[in-house]
Design a protein around this ligand. Structure first.
Ligand SMILES: [Zn+2]
Length: 232
């Protein structure tokens, strides 16, 4: 399912543009989809997509032009380890001339609602566990619950947050008010906007390591944190 897509800049595949009326998942590397519509209309498309698609897709939305450019490549659903995880590589190669003129770029993706994974699945798994729980089963149960959390709330995954930390730290010299990138993910009940705050940038620039607990860090104001809040 949705999460832990491997989001990093791809290998530099420049694709000709193809205009399509709605946001869709495109697994072809032969072209890049472009859709002209405002943010609200695009989010509506994403909300329809996430109900039926097993694959994730990623886009750059440019508010100034009210245009969505597909950036995801190599979309696949990894079913190893009893989980379905959306994976997608972000590759905006060829869009440089457009992107450099933008005052704001919103990196959007969505988290598919995976009908194969339900809360009952997770509860059944936990109920099967005996009083002595092997670490492997415990990890599996925890993971299932985490995925359920993602499905229901569409929250940014750990990988999503690691990505924005890396991108922001690599551009740490850019002041906050000049940083053009924003990050949003759409789930079943809404869209999350998430960002790395100034304390977190400082923490990671000084050598702090993103780790498994990075999502939990968002709940502790005394720690360098990542803000997550629903916006739509
Ligand atoms: Zn994600």
């Amino acid at each position: 399912m949705p999460h832990d897509e491997f989001v990093f800049i791809g290998k530099g595949i420049n694709r000709p543009l193809r205009e399509v009326p709605s946001l869709v998942v495109n697994t072809s590397l032969a072209y890049r989809n472009v859709t002209h519509k405002d943010e609200e209309a695009g989010v509506y498309d994403l909300h329809q997509l996430l109900k039926f698609s097993a694959l994730e897709e990623e886009y750059f939305y440019l508010p100034k032009e009210k245009t969505w450019y597909e950036t995801g490549t190599h979309e696949k659903a990894d079913t190893s380890n009893n989980f379905v995880e959306g994976q997608c590589i972000s590759d905006p190669t060829g869009l440089e001339n457009i992107l450099v003129k933008q005052p704001q770029i919103i990196d959007y993706h969505f988290h598919p609602l995976n009908p194969e994974l339900t809360r009952k699945d997770a509860e059944d798994l936990v109920n099967q566990l005996g009083s002595i729980i092997p670490q492997e089963q415990y990890d599996l149960a925890v993971r299932k619950f985490m995925q359920f959390d993602y499905i229901i709330f569409g929250a940014p995954s750990t990988v999503d947050i690691k990505k924005i930390i890396r991108n922001r730290v690599e551009n740490a010299d850019t002041p906050e008010d000049e940083y053009v990138f924003q990050y949003k993910v759409t789930g079943l009940y809404g869209t999350f906007s998430y960002k790395v705050n100034a304390n977190a940038v400082q923490y990671f620039v000084q050598g702090g390591q993103p780790c498994q607990s990075v999502r939990q860090m968002s709940g502790h104001q005394s720690l360098p944190c990542v803000h997550e809040f629903p916006v739509i």
